[in-house]
Write a protein that binds this ligand. Structure first.
Ligand code: GAR
Length: 217
């Protein structure tokens, strides 16, 4: 595919957005960020965009008569700038039509748990409270469900007996910053083939196509 044009959606801190920008600037990811849209005026992700001279926009969902109109505007802003892949980097809303229809299998999300376990908010807290021994993070394509779309990459983290939501979140976040740029890289290289709900990674050197904690470049 060559250089892929990204549209980013974020709600807060933006460390995943930063990890993607860093990989691009280091020449390790053949992509460019066309626009960052935040749905929260105070999102720190905006400061990061300013620092890297990336165009950014705040859209207040409450200012739109319906959710569909909010997502229609997002879709319009991305299309105007030639966005090819939409990246949800800590975007705390369920994506709706018409954005879904405008970018079919062209929207990726990062989730801080091993889906299909612990979807929705506070994936790390859910894992600690459930008492699982392994959790992690998942990059997946977005469909109309809540964290239900085809899974692209997962990475696992063992839980320590004294883990809290905070300590687990920190360890998971380190892996998020690796697998999200990696998933975008695979997309940009045209290596993601979706069959039903299964994403096949073509030409991957590790473990056939079932990737768990791949050696990341
Ligand atoms: C990340 O841990 C991401 O996985 C999570 O929000 C955090 C955003 O951090 N996303 C979700 O929970 C989505 N349901 P960041 O703003 O520093 O990238």
């Amino acid at each position: 595919m060559g250089r892929v044009s990204l549209g980013i959606l974020a709600s807060g801190r933006g460390s995943n957005f930063q990890a993607i920008v860093d990989e691009i600037e280091a020449g390790k990811l053949n992509a460019s960020v066309k626009l960052l849209i935040v749905d929260n005026a105070g999102a720190y992700a905006r400061e990061r965009a300013k620092r890297h001279s990336i165009e950014h926009l705040f859209l207040d969902a409450e200012g739109f008569p319906t959710k569909e109109e909010f997502f229609s505007r997002i879709s319009e802003e991305f299309r105007k700038r030639g966005v090819q892949l939409v990246v949800l980097a800590g975007f705390m809303r369920v994506v709706r039509r018409p954005l879904l229809d405008a970018f079919p299998l062209r929207i990726m999300n990062i989730h801080p748990a091993l889906l299909p376990c612990f979807p929705g908010l506070h994936g790390q807290k859910q894992a600690v409270e459930y008492g699982v021994k392994l959790s992690g993070c998942t990059v997946h394509f977005v469909d109309e469900g809540m964290d239900t779309g085809p899974i692209i990459i997962q990475a696992a983290v063992p839980l320590a007996p004294d883990d809290t939501e905070e300590s687990l979140s920190e360890r998971i976040l380190e892996l998020e910053h690796k697998i999200f740029p990696e998933a975008i890289r695979l997309f940009s290289e045209g290596r993601l083939k979706v069959e039903g709900r299964v994403v096949r990674i073509t030409g991957h050197r590790v473990n056939g196509e079932a990737i768990v904690n791949p050696p990341l470049s």
